[in-house]
Design a protein around this ligand. Structure first.
Ligand code: HEM
Ligand SMILES: N#Cc1ccc(NC(=O)NCc2cnc3scc(C#CC4CC4)n23)cc1
Length: 408
């Protein structure tokens, strides 16, 4: 990873060049020993097995495999990705009507063993289905939608691919901003205003590029497919009225355990920029502060450590204010406003892909049979089309806006 050159304050992060990550996921089957074919075949066939109501039967036929033949971080991440998709498919295959209360030991035992090794919870997280769930068609080609594909999918067709790949491209656009962070810390420690201003401009530009990448969502994801299908499979079993006790991990723990549904609050990029800019999401409505904080436990250990290191380092806000330099204040505020802009755009997308389909669904509910109404993460409230998450997104956006530096 890249590190600041200043002794004693070393920022490193586990960013892989796309090349090596693409080696990891080049061909899912060959990437793991054949011994693991039972997992990979079911995971690669998940939409078909779920739609054909065969998933339970396939899992019942699965042997209990040992994790000892998995070699290195990449194979552990790939095995975890496959088992995570199968687990979510297994729990939510019957929608919210027939939820499963027990995860069979042939899944639970290896899934919890690998999760323990990777210091991640035994539930699908953002680092699985966005950060590790992709490969390049042409290994030497560019990182764009045409040359990318996802490895595993839920029912919901191409909208799966759109949702996960657009998120990945937004993350990729953040890379230059994240790489500027060690330079910023260095510039603060060396009182180097010029380098600091340049690095802040890189961060602002990177966040603008993230917003550009976001636009792809409109052509790659269908609101109905997202709301009625994909989001069900991302749901968790913590504070869930559908699974009030949580899930029994057979052969691992003898009482049910609760884990939060997948959320992009598990994305480390925006949390990095928040910490860099000193944006603290207060406990307004009791969600945003601890929710964003808790979600750090659902991030890869290296990402969690990077955020912690950043949070314990010198304060960029204090430094910029102390210099009284208008140019630095302007560069800092440009980063904050770029984040506000990104979050505002994201709220519009959440409205198009959740609030509106939820309203339509509720209208249908009055006429015809019901439709599922519960969000993936703990934020959404049942029946109200998940207004809990909308309040959360707006509080986070408004807190970001208040973080601008005014002349002291
Ligand atoms: C169909 C498209 C999308 C919908 C419906 C959507 C919806 C949501 C919802 C409901 C939340 C609240 C927390 C949660 O439940 O996860 C959220 C949070 C978040 N989403 Fe998305 N989102 C979408 C696309 C994206 C994309 C492409 C990104 C880019 C990385 C993204 C980044 C985030 C982040 C970083 C958060 C945490 C809150 C914040 O930091 O502002 N979202 N999103
Ligand atoms: N009703 C309702 C309602 C519907 C959806 C949600 N939340 C939701 O989909 N969160 C995930 C999310 C949000 N933004 C982004 S980018 C990439 C991801 C992802 C992922 C995988 C899960 C790890 N996400 C809340 C309520």
């Amino acid at each position: 990873g890249s590190a600041a050159t200043t002794p004693g304050f070393c920022l490193t992060f586990d960013h892989r060049s796309p090349g090596s990550l693409q080696q990891l996921l080049a061909n899912v089957r060959t990437e793991l020993p054949d011994y693991y074919a039972p997992w990979m075949d079911v995971a690669a066939n998940l939409p078909h097995l779920i739609e054909g109501h065969q998933l339970r039967r396939e899992v019942a036929k699965m042997p209990l495999l040992s994790t000892q033949y998995l070699r290195g971080h990449r194979q552990l991440r790939l095995a975890r990705l496959a088992l995570g998709f199968i687990t979510m498919g297994y729990v939510w295959q019957g929608g919210s009507r027939q939820t499963v209360k027990i995860l069979p030991r042939v899944l639970a035992v290896p899934y919890c063993t690998i999760s323990e090794l990777l210091d991640l919870p035994p539930i699908l997280v953002y680092a699985d289905c966005v950060l590790a769930n992709w490969k390049k068609r042409d290994p030497c080609g560019p990182l764009n939608v045409e040359n990318l594909d996802i490895l595993f999918s839920f029912p919901g067709g191409d909208s799966n691919k759109g949702f996960f790949l657009v998120s990945l491209l937004v993350e990729a656009a953040a890379a230059t901003g994240i790489k500027a962070i060690p330079m910023i810390i260095n510039a603060i420690l060396h009182h180097d205003r010029c380098s600091l201003e340049t690095a802040l401009q890189d961060v602002a530009l990177s966040i603008c590029k993230m917003r550009e990448a976001f636009k792809l969502i409109h052509e790659c994801v269908n609101p109905g497919a997202f709301f009625r299908s994909l989001r069900i499979y991302l749901s968790g079993w913590k504070d869930s009225f559908l699974m009030p006790e949580g899930l029994v991990y057979e052969g691992v723990w003898d009482s049910p355990k609760q884990f939060s549904g997948g959320s992009a609050a598990q994305s480390s990029t925006l949390q990095c920029f928040d910490v860099l800019l000193g944006i603290q999401h207060r406990a307004a409505q009791g969600f945003s502060a601890e929710y964003l904080g808790c979600m750090r436990d659902y991030m890869p250990a290296a990402h969690r450590a990077f955020i912690q290191t950043l949070a314990s380092g010198p304060s960029l806000r204090q430094f910029v204010l102390a210099t009284g330099d208008a140019g630095l204040r302007a560069a800092f505020n440009k980063c904050v406003l770029a984040l506000v802009d990104l979050r505002s755009y994201h709220i519009q997308i959440a409205t198009k892909y959740i609030t509106i389909p939820a309203g339509r669904c509720r209208a249908e509910q009055q006429q015809l049979g019901g439709c599922v109404h519960e969000g993936t993460s703990v934020l959404s409230e049942r029946g109200t089309g998940g207004t809990g998450f909308m309040r959360f997104l707006k509080v986070v956006r408004d807190t970001t806006r208040k973080a601008q530096l005014t002349e002291q």
